[in-house]
Design a protein around this ligand. Structure first.
Ligand SMILES: NC(=O)c1ccc[n+]([C@@H]2O[C@H](COP(=O)([O-])OP(=O)(O)OC[C@H]3O[C@@H](n4cnc5c(N)ncnc54)[C@H](OP(=O)(O)O)[C@@H]3O)[C@@H](O)[C@H]2O)c1
Length: 332
């Protein structure tokens, strides 16, 4: 089979398609024939040599995939059959023609969605669901500040926050991104390049601040985050796009807000946790992607690239232009 490969860490020019051995499903696993995968920031970091896959995970890039079940591991007795369409959260290996997965991590593809739309769901939506509900304990009536509001995770978090009855506010780097975030349900959006999002958030919340912040920026935003956090607010850090260093009185500012700073990484979580997350998401959220539901959730796709254009796809993500997900199609 062909798979995305690089021989040494570095820029997108190091990426190429390589003929590699097709994996075989072990006990409790199934083999998925991949129709589409999607790009994640983690792929850029892994390509640069800054984010090794967790122990036991495939070295091949790709944290999610959609496709069809092609083979069942020995002794598998579960509900999945050869030929079933499915989508899956992975620790790696999705950007290849085949990938093996623990059967419990497969999810059905909601009716009416294409393979490319399905490939845009697992990583962004499971992350957003986990951050809001399991980590951030979001409640109806909460105000939630979502940074990088037009990102893959951001576009999912806006819709999930709305669904639970919270008020999503976003930051983004352009008016076009803010408009799309507002169409998805954001109550307000702030262009962090043109205004102080912290002051704008305090103004919008009439001085109260937000109950929850979903923060993939980190270092460059810490002081503004703590300034606009409500008393007893939760600040969930899940990425470091704005750096890892903090210079200043973070602890005293956070303490006077009685704030909680919580961190979260999904990829390194164990199989049991991911099974629980996938089950909860499948039961509680997936039905809302249906075309017939009253409150339809939408996976937001920016561009679809044939996997042969993997270098271009990485270069595009690095420009920060995408709204929602960048999807890769695998040859069938
Ligand atoms: N912890 C976890 O479990 C987990 C899981 C999935 C993803 N993540 C993290 O979540 C983040 C979003 O992932 P994604 O795939 O959804 O991203 P994405 O779609 O590629 O969007 C990221 C956006 O962040 C904004 N941005 C980049 N650098 C910035 C900076 N220095 N300051 C402010 N904004 C910046 C850019 O939009 P603007 O135009 O608005 O600046 C960029 O388009 C990444 O950091 C990723 O690593 C974490």
């Amino acid at each position: 089979m062909i798979a995305v490969h690089f021989d040494k860490p570095g820029g997108p020019e190091n990426l190429y398609l390589k003929e590699v051995a097709k994996p075989s499903p072990g006990e409790g696993e199934v083999l998925l024939k991949v129709a589409a995968s999607a790009l994640n920031r983690a792929d850029l970091l892994q390509r640069q040599g800054q984010y090794a896959p967790p122990p036991g995970a495939s070295n091949i890039l790709g944290l999610e995939a959609s496709g069809h079940v092609a083979e069942l591991g020995a002794g598998y007795q579960g509900p999945w059959k050869v030929g079933d369409p499915a989508m899956v959260l992975l620790s790696g290996g999705g950007q290849a023609q085949y990938v093996t997965v623990p059967a419990e991590l497969l999810m059905p593809i909601p009716a009416g969605l294409t393979m490319c739309q399905a490939a845009a769901i697992p990583e962004a939506w499971l992350t957003a669901f986990q951050l809001l509900h399991l980590v951030g304990n979001v409640q109806a009536g909460d105000s939630v500040l979502i940074h990088a509001g037009a990102s893959g995770v951001g576009t999912a978090a806006i819709q999930l926050a709305r669904m639970v009855g919270a008020t999503p506010l976003v930051t983004a780097g352009s008016q076009q991104k803010l408009q799309i975030a507002e169409k998805l349900g954001a109550a307000a959006g702030f262009n962090y390049k043109e205004e102080d999002f912290s002051e704008a958030t305090l103004k919008f919340t009439k001085g109260a601040g937000v109950n929850l912040i979903l923060d993939c920026i980190g270092g460059s935003y810490w002081e503004k985050n703590v300034n606009c956090l409500a008393l007893d607010g939760r600040w969930v850090l899940y990425g470091l796009l704005g750096g890892a260093d903090v210079n200043g009185p973070l602890f005293s500012k956070l303490l006077f807000k009685r704030g909680s700073l919580i961190t979260s990484l999904l990829r390194s979580r164990d199989k049991k946790y991911k099974q629980m997350l996938v089950k909860a998401f499948t039961e509680q959220i997936l039905p809302h992607f249906s075309t017939e539901g009253p409150q339809r959730l939408l996976p937001v796709l920016d561009r679809v690239y044939p996997v042969a254009e993997i270098q271009e796809a990485h270069e595009y993500m690095e420009t920060n232009k995408n709204v929602g997900k960048i999807v890769l199609e695998l040859p069938q």
